[in-house]
Design a protein around this ligand. Structure first.
Ligand code: AMP
Length: 462
C-alpha cells in the first residue's frame, strides 16, 4: 500500500513530484519522501507524516535537479520507522541510485538471509533494499543489466521507480500486480512522468500515455524512453485496487475505477436485492458502489452517514487503539433521515468486521428500523502477500464463517456480498486478462517460499 511517482527532465522536478504525491496520498499516509537528482548528486527528504506537511517551500528548495522520484507509504513490510521511509538511496561502485517501491516481495526474508550470509549489511528493514543489494552484486556494468539480474531473483509484487545519474527507470513485475502508468507533461518541457495512478497526472497537467506493461523495464533518458521486457507471466492485476484502494478518478490497465465501482454496485443490487426505503453509502469507500446499487434497485440514494474529513482513513493507522476509535471519529449518522426507515448500507469490503458493526449500531441508534448491509466485493478470507495490508486469516471476520454468522457478528438484519463472478464482470475480466483476487478466492498467483504470517511482526521491534 504505497504510491510512487517519477519525473524526467524538468527544472521543477521536485515540486512536480510533490504535487504527484499529493494526488497519491490516499495510497499511504504514514510517511513520504522525495529524492531529486542534480546531475548525478542525489538529494533526499524523507519523513513521517502527510505530503503537504513535510514538503514546505523551504524543504522543496533543498531538492534541486531535473529528475526526481517520490513515494508515499503505508507499512506492509519493514516496520513503521523513519529509516524505512522511501525512496531508498545507495551508492555502489561509483554509482548513485535511488528507488521507490509499491508492492511486496514474497521471498524477501529468504533473500535477505542469503545476502547477509555473503556479508551484506542492510541499513533498513525494507524489502526494497534487497533489490538494491542484488543490483550491487551483479557482475555486469550497465545499470539496466544489473536490474535485469536483480529482477531474475525476486518474486512478488513490485512497481518500482529508480533514478540513476542520468535516467529515470520504471519497472512493473511480470504479473502486473500493482498499477504503474506513463504520462507526459502538456507544457513545453514535455517531461516524462510515471505514477501509480492516472489521478496524479490530472493534477500536474500531464497526458496519460500508456500503462507500463507487466514485465516491462522502461528506461527514460536523454534519448527518450525505451523498453526492455523480462519474460512474461499471466496478468494478475490486483482487483482490490478497483474495489477499494485506488481513487475513482483513476483509470487502471484500461478500466475506469469509477465505472468498475458503479458496475459492482449494480451487480450487487441484482444479486442481493433488499426491500428498503433508502441506500446509504459508507463514505468515501462505499459511495460509488452505492450509486450503482441505487440506480439498479430504484431505491433512493441518501447521505445518511456524514464523514468528518479531518481524520485519516481509519484502517490505515497502524495502531490498534487508533483504529478502534476510528469509526466514531470519522462518521456520524443523520437521525432526521434515518428514523423509522429500512436502510441499505453499502460499503466496499468487510475485513475485520469492526467497522461494519459500529456503522450498523450507529445507524440503528439513529432510529433506523432495519439495517441491511451490502458489500461490493466477496468476503475477504485470505491475507494479501502482494502489498495490500490485510491482516492474518485469524483476524478476518469472514474466515471460516458463513454469511449468516458474519451478519450476526456485525448485527445486521441481512448481509449480501458481491459474488466473485459478479466482481470479475464489473472489472471486465476477460480470458486474456485475469485479476489477482487471492484475498477473496485463496488462489495465490505467486506462493511465498516460506509460509508467512503478517510479515512485519518479525520486523517491527527493531
Ligand atoms: P474492518 O472490517 O473494520 O476491518 O474495516 C473495513 C473497512 O476498511 C472497509 O470499509 C474498507 O473501506 C476499509 N478497508 C478495507 N481494506 C482495507 C485496507 N487494506 N486498508 C485500509 N482500509 C481498508
Amino acid at each position: 500500500m504505497c504510491g510512487v511517482f517519477g519525473i524526467f527532465d524538468h527544472p521543477e522536478a521536485a515540486n512536480l513530484t510533490y504535487l504527484g504525491l499529493h494526488a497519491l496520498q490516499h495510497r499511504g499516509q504514514e510517511s513520504a519522501g522525495v529524492v531529486s537528482n542534480d546531475g548525478g548528486t542525489l538529494h533526499g527528504v524523507r519523513a513521517m507524516g502527510h505530503v503537504r506537511k513535510i514538503f514546505t517551500r523551504e524543504v522543496l528548495a533543498q531538492l534541486p535537479g531535473r529528475i526526481a522520484i517520490g513515494h508515499v507509504r503505508y507499512t506492509t513490510a519493514g516496520g513503521s520507522l523513519v529509516k524505512n521511509v522511501q525512496p531508498l538511496s545507495a551508492q555502489y561502485r561509483g554509482r548513485s541510485i535511488a528507488v521507490a517501491h509499491n508492492g511486496n516481495l514474497v521471498d524477501e526474508d529468504v533473500l535477505r538471509e542469503e545476502l547477509e550470509a555473503q556479508g551484506a549489511i542492510f541499513a533498513t528493514m525494507s524489502d526494497t533494499e534487497v533489490v538494491l543489494q542484488l543490483m550491487a552484486r551483479s557482475g555486469r556494468a550497465a545499470v539496466v543489466d544489473q536490474l535485469i539480474d536483480a529482477l531474475g531473483r525476486i518474486r512478488g509484487a513490485y512497481s518500482l521507480v529508480f533514478t540513476t545519474e542520468d535516467k529515470l527507470i520504471a519497472v512493473r513485475d511480470p504479473h502486473g500486480f500493482r498499477p504503474l502508468v506513463l504520462g507526459r507533461l502538456r507544457s513545453e518541457s514535455g517531461a516524462w512522468v510515471v505514477a501509480s495512478e492516472t489521478c496524479a497526472f490530472d493534477l500536474i497537467e500531464a497526458d496519460f500515455v500508456r500503462d507500463v506493461a507487466p514485465g516491462e523495464i522502461l528506461v527514460i533518458d536523454a534519448a527518450g524512453p525505451r523498453s526492455v521486457m523480462v519474460p512474461p507471466a499471466p496478468r494478475r492485476f490486483c482487483v482490490f485496487e478497483h474495489v477499494y484502494f485506488a481513487r475513482p478518478d483513476s483509470v487502471l490497465d484500461g478500466v475506469s475505477v469509477y465505472e468498475a465501482r458503479i458496475a459492482m454496485g449494480e451487480q450487487l443490487a441484482s444479486e442481493h436485492p433488499a426491500d428498503a426505503d433508502m441506500v446509504v453509502p459508507v463514505p468515501d469507500s462505499g459511495v460509488v458502489a452505492a450509486m450503482g446499487f441505487a440506480r439498479r434497485s430504484g431505491i433512493a440514494f441518501e447521505l445518511g452517514l456524514i464523514r468528518n474529513h479531518y481524520v485519516g482513513r481509519t484502517f490505515i493507522e497502524p495502531m490498534d487503539s487508533i483504529r478502534h476509535f476510528g469509526v466514531r471519529l470519522k462518521l456520524n449518522a443523520v437521525p432526521k433521515l434515518l428514523a423509522g426507515k429500512r436502510v441499505v448500507i453499502v460499503d466496499d469490503s468487510i475485513v475485520r468486521g469492526t467497522t461494519a458493526r459500529k456503522i450498523v449500531r450507529l445507524v440503528r441508534n439513529a432510529g433506523a428500523r432495519e439495517v441491511h448491509v451490502r458489500i461490493s466485493s466477496p468476503p475477504v478470507d485470505g491475507p494479501c502477500h502482494y502489498g495490500i495490508d490485510t491482516p492474518t486469516r485469524a483476524e478476518l471476520v469472514a474466515s471460516g464463517q458463513t454469511v449468516g454468522a458474519i451478519a450476526a457478528a456485525i448485527e445486521a438484519d441481512s448481509l449480501g456480498y458481491l459474488s466473485p463472478d459478479g466482481l470479475r464482470a464489473a472489472v471486465r475480466q476477460t480470458p486474456g486478462f485475469s485479476y489477482c483476487d487471492a484475498c477473496f478466492t485463496g488462489e495465490y498467483p505467486v506462493q511465498p517460499t516460506r509460509p508467512v504470517g503478517r510479515r512485519q511482526l518479525r520486523l517491527v521491534e527493531v
